[in-house]
Design a protein around this ligand. Structure first.
Ligand SMILES: Cc1cc2nc3c(=O)[nH]c(=O)nc-3n(C[C@H](O)[C@H](O)[C@H](O)COP(=O)(O)O)c2cc1C
Length: 179
């Protein structure tokens, strides 16, 4: 697939209204390719935890309890939604105590995840980066075994492609000026 085409056509897939199945081995094989993303000092600040389709119901139940304690309705809604997804990664990154290195590492995560999303797209699958509020909760961090020196940068849902996904037009105001 041509690069320009992949950049334009990759879209966040947000509708999971049918059972989604993906080629998990294929998806996992893309992770090392994504790691060709630039990262300063070659610190490779990323770590991914993969939750397979089979594991999602159990994982979702634990997450729902942590995210929405005492709210059965929200728990069920969450479980119902995520169990449709084909598989998911939890994205973790190094939490460097130094300001400059922290910034560099967080930016490298963006490059890494974009690489992964483009690769997933080029293989005919869909994805969506998700950053729900509950990723900061200590109880959630403990479910995904986030280390004390790691940030949780959200989830990457892997899905089937959605032929009806809309291109979110960019406003591109003030994107470029000449000095
Ligand atoms: C860091 C990051 C966090 C995101 N978090 C969410 C999220 O929590 N929920 C969601 O529906 N989409 C999330 N998205 C997806 C964006 O909303 C999406 O990229 C935007 O709607 C543009 O759509 P496109 O990717 O199809 O161009 C996130 C994207 C990024 C880059």
């Amino acid at each position: 697939m041509e690069l320009k085409q992949a950049i334009i056509e990759r879209r966040s897939v947000k509708n999971y209204d049918y059972e989604m199945y993906i080629d998990e081995e294929k998806v996992l094989s893309l992770v090392e390719l994504a790691a060709y993303a630039p990262n300063h000092g070659m610190r490779e600040p990323w770590r991914l935890v993969y939750i397979s389709k089979k594991q999602i119901p159990d994982f979702a139940e634990q997450v729902a309890e942590s995210a929405f304690p005492n709210d059965k309705e929200k728990q069920d809604k969450y479980i119902n939604k995520v169990t449709k997804v084909g598989g998911m990664f939890v994205i973790l990154s190094k939490r460097d105590p130094r300001q400059k290195e922290y910034l560099e590492d967080q930016m490298a995560i963006g490059a890494f995840v974009q690489n992964l999303m483009l690769l997933v797209h080029a293989e005919g699958m869909g994805s969506c980066w998700k950053t729900p509020e509950f990723i900061f909760k200590p109880s959630f961090r403990s479910i995904v075994d986030a280390h004390a020196d790691e940030e949780v940068n959200g989830f990457l849902y892997i899905t089937e492609p959605d032929p009806n996904v809309k291109l979110m037009k960019r406003k591109n105001q003030s994107i470029l000026t000449r000095w």
